[in-house]
Design a protein around this ligand. Sequence first.
Ligand code: NAG
Length: 190
Amino acid sequence: MLARQGLLAIFGARLVLAGVLGTRATAPAGGQFGLYAYGDGISGAQVFYSNDMAFIGDQTQIDDEEAASVLFTAANDVFIGNPDMQSSRGFPSWSNKAFFIPTSTSASHRVGFTSKTAGDGDADVDTSGFIFYEGTALHQSADNTLHGLWYVLPTPSKRVWSVHWNATTSSKADGHLLVKLRNVPPARPF
Ligand SMILES: *[C@@H]1O[C@H](CO)[C@@H](O)[C@H](O)[C@H]1NC(C)=O
């Protein structure tokens, strides 16, 4: 048990380096990683894709052939997502989607995926500035401050939450839960 925890700690540290240095050498197979949400009652639910939006939890609960867990690669500070074909139910046709958060002036809080690249980007979303700090995904603003403002909201589907950024209220009346998004999978699948 102790040995196992030691190994996990070392593995975690290597993942941090991979994120910070932007190198692929020490990241898991092929430099790909998943993002896993950790929060109150949520212990490592993986980020998945549906309709260009980010969700966590059990993607088989969603009636969408395109839904799939996302495998990311970091291209500098941009996270590019592709479907994990092994765990998806259907045969997702999407590929190479950039992970985004809404910009600080956007009215939307949704986190998702876009095919647009920096050049022809959407002014309402930010696809760059993502880094890992100790395995936790953060976003670096233009003013160089780091934020980890991820939260999730329940959906009508069981064990599925939608991923959001920068809650406007601290009241939990809307059912929101603050989460960390980490590149470290849970010891036991969520
Ligand atoms: C969060 O939203 C507020 C407005 O509600 C905005 O002023 C602030 O800049 C946002 N923070 C980030 C990091 O986007």
